[in-house]
Design a protein. Structure first.
Lengths: 263, 158
């Protein structure tokens, strides 16, 4: 290996950073383990082992004096950023291919960690709006349904942002978003009778559904990573229950508006 | 003719929906268009199989299988992580409409019909997962021919 002699504990920092970046930004656990192991081997380390679960990463390797260097990284999931996962993956691949040196890889990883998400919050909000409208048309809606779904999704987004300012996060915001995105189209239809409710609500709910978590759960389970498969699967199921529960709440609210008895 | 306009409408709308998701999940920009095209294709395929009268579970399975294979090929070609393409392109298949119908019926107190819709949505999800699982398996077993890795365990040390 073309590396100069240096204190062997310095190799831990980039391995830790790479693992944390992948895990925090929505990568799979096997990718974390594989990336750390490969990077470690590319750096010429012996006995590199890594164990990742969705809430933490463990890294260990053996120094030349026989002692083990170990780190525990507690991961708290940030918002999904697949570009970041891809960039870390690219750094690891290039390090392995010998295209970058150890120092360059460290600098690249730090740059990835420091870079802001490529799409601003406003852009994400806009994308959610358009995406909801698109799925509404996919489910058989027309122009009016597109507009109503987009508006409802926007309202749900704004509500989520407001809730996050008040430090409310996670499933509560999903529930609130689902109630908003389901209730507004129903109310609009009740008042004007102009839109196909089910396509509109389904479209508006789509951005809240856990498509990514579901995919990752399947892939993890398939690889035999039961801990993270079950963890992601449970998280996906819980989110889906929240979305469905929100829609149910909205439907009961609607029956109150209509004057009937709720449930 | 109306079939064709329907197909075009479905492709474009699911393309737009997936593109929105690419922004939401902060996917790498160079993957936006391809994953959105795959997203459009996935629902178009589902719709096409449904038109052939093969039923919802098989339509989901077929679309998920074909698209997950294609997505992994694209990822390999573009030297990017497969998660980007696979997760984005399968998003239009997630049964949002079925889930909503189930909840609406339950909300109206029509429990039997609601449960029926709910079970149908669950089956769709299982079929998508199955298609994805088998797609990943096929890709690894047949298509992906990785060069043998030489592990430098016990090799030179810095």
């Amino acid at each position: 290996m073309p590396h100069t002699i240096r204190d062997e504990s310095c190799y831990m920092a980039p391995l830790q950073l790479a693992g944390r970046l992948i895990m925090e930004n929505g990568g799979e656990t096997y990718r974390v383990e594989e990336t750390i192991t490969r990077m470690g081997q590319a750096l010429g380390l012996e006995g590199v082992e890594s164990f990742a679960v969705p809430s933490g990463v463990f890294v260990t390797y053996r120094r030349s004096d026989g002692a083990y260097e170990t780190a525990v990284i507690r991961v708290r999931k940030a918002s999904t950023n697949l570009a970041r996962v891809d960039e870390v993956n690219d750094v690891s691949r290039r390090l392995e291919a010998g295209e970058v040196t150890f120092e360059e890889a460290c600098a690249l990883l730090q740059a990835i960690a420091d870079a802001p998400p490529p799409n601003s919050k406003l852009m994400v909000m806009l994308a959610t709006t358009v995406s909801s409208g698109g799925f509404t048309v996919m489910f058989g809606g027309g122009v009016i349904e597109f507009a109503v779904a987009a508006f409802s999704a926007l309202a749900a987004q704004l509500l989520t942002v407001l809730m996050q300012r008040r430090r409310l996060q996670g499933l509560v915001t999903v529930l609130a978003g689902a109630v908003t995105s389901a209730f507004l189209p129903m109310l609009f239809n009740y008042l004007t009778g102009l839109c196909v409710v089910d396509a509109t609500v389904a479209g508006a709910l789509m951005p809240l559904l856990p498509g990514l978590a579901m995919t990752i759960a399947v892939q993890d389970t398939l690889r035999g990573d039961m801990v993270s498969g079950i963890s992601h699967g449970f998280s996906a199921a819980l989110t889906a229950v929240m979305v469905a529960g929100g829609a149910l709440l909205a439907a009961s609210l609607m029956s109150i508006v209509r004057g009937g008895a709720a449930l | 003719m109306s079939m064709l306009t329907d197909l075009i409408r479905i492709f474009i709308s699911s393309f737009v929906g997936t593109l929105g998701f690419a922004v939401i999940l902060q996917a790498p920009r160079k993957a936006w268009i391809i994953s959105s095209v795959l997203g459009g294709l996935s629902y178009s395929l589902y719709w096409g199989v449904m038109q052939l009268g093969m039923g919802d579970p098989f339509a989901n399975f077929a679309a998920s299988l074909i698209i997950s294979l294609t997505a992994q090929l694209c990822a390999r070609r573009m030297r990017m992580i497969a998660t980007v393409f696979v997760s984005l392109s399968l998003i239009p298949l997630v049964p949002g409409l079925g889930l909503y119908r189930c909840m609406e019926l339950l909300g109206q107190g029509r429990n039997a019909a609601g449960l029926q819709a709910g079970v149908a949505a669950m089956i769709s999800i299982m079929m998508i997962a199955l298609g994805l699982a088998i797609g990943a398996f096929i890709f690894r077993a047949i298509i992906s021919t990785k060069p043998k890795r030489i592990l430098n365990q016990g090799g030179e040390r810095p």
